[in-house]
Design a protein around this ligand. Structure first.
Ligand SMILES: Nc1ncnc2c1ncn2[C@@H]1O[C@H](COP(=O)(O)OP(=O)(O)O)[C@@H](O)[C@H]1O
Ligand SMILES: [Mg+2]
Length: 288
């Protein structure tokens, strides 16, 4: 059994300028090396939850344990929260908006520099991070603002990867990217996960949940309303509808076929490949 990377207990959060709770009694566990998708409508509390996990804000009540004993509760000192950033990388929504340095290298080096790493180690980390996001080293001396949108996002992500986080949080990382850039970025995230990084990804795309996640947490009105596997989640179409969430196309096709009397063995094929295999299998059975 994998160890817990993050435990959240009875967490409540209210923004300082607000009277409504943004998170209400949230409890959950994320294990090491999981690929977790966090889903839910706009305003359901996804960004608030991941900000708490990264120690960007403190709970109003309840507690979180993040990697090896770092506990956060309402009384945690702000200085202590910065320890969390050493181990948890956070890729904000539209992270390219946070680029600021004159060169790509300086931008990527910012995080490692703040961690107080020696120059040689920083240089190596910058090169490795650029390789990870598949950008040529020649770009190091370029201005990040002269790059394409997709490249800018990669630079911003490289800045987080350079700190070699054990846990990587990404808040809607593919929003606004074209199909190619989206697929490339998801492949990078999957590779990192396969090499051992715990991934927590906020997404609106049910296909991304189905293809990549092995654990899915659905939020609604500041509460966790599902905490399960993608397979289980997509089994309950009625419940998804209530939460204004959709099915991945592959599962939807399986349901249409079922209504027409062709029931697949796997009633929730998570990918198009699996769907195709299931249809072929059903056709073979019919011919016999
Ligand atoms: N800075 C803020 N100040 C006050 N309320 C906020 C702030 N950020 C988010 N909220 C509110 O908290 C709730 C949860 O928001 P958020 O976590 O951003 O949801 P999501 O990421 O799922 O769209 C919403 O009701 C939102 O309006
Ligand atoms: Mg959000």
């Amino acid at each position: 059994m994998a160890k817990a990377a993050i435990t959240v207990k009875k967490l409540h959060y209210t923004y300082p300028n607000s009277t409504n709770e943004a998170l209400h009694n949230v409890s959950l566990t994320i294990k090491e090396q999981e690929f977790v998708a966090i889903i839910g409508q706009t305003g359901s509390g996804k960004s608030t939850l991941v900000s708490l996990i990264d120690g960007l804000i403190k709970p109003s009540s309840g507690e979180l344990n993040v990697v090896a004993g770092l506990e956060i509760n309402a009384t945690t000192k702000t200085e202590y929260l910065s320890k969390i950033h050493h181990q948890v990388g956070f890729v904000f929504q539209f992270p390219e908006q946070q680029l600021f340095a004159e060169t790509v290298a300086e931008d990527i080096a910012f995080g490692p520099h703040n961690l107080g790493w020696p120059a040689k180690k920083i240089e190596k980390a910058v090169d490795e991070a650029l390789k990870m996001v598949d950008l040529p080293l020649e770009l190091k001396s370029h201005s990040p603002f002269a790059l394409s949108g997709g490249q800018m996002r990669r630079v911003a992500i490289a800045g987080v990867l350079a700190m070699d986080p054990q846990i990587l949080i990404l808040d809607e990382p593919t929003a606004g990217l074209d199909t190619q850039a989206t697929n490339d970025l998801l492949k990078l995230i999957k590779d990192l996960n396969e090499k051992g990084t715990t991934i927590i990804m906020v997404t609106h795309q049910m296909e991304q949940v189905a293809y990549y996640a092995n654990h899915v947490i659905a939020m609604s009105n500041g509460q966790v309303v599902a905490d399960t596997t993608p397979q289980q989640l997509f089994r309950d179409a009625q419940r998804l509808k209530k939460l204004s969430l959709t099915l991945p196309v592959s599962v939807e096709v399986a349901q249409f076929l079922s209504k027409d009397g062709i029931t697949l063995k796997n009633t929730e094929p998570l990918t198009l490949d699996v769907l195709a295999d299931e249809i072929a299998e059903a056709m073979r059975r019919k011919r016999k």
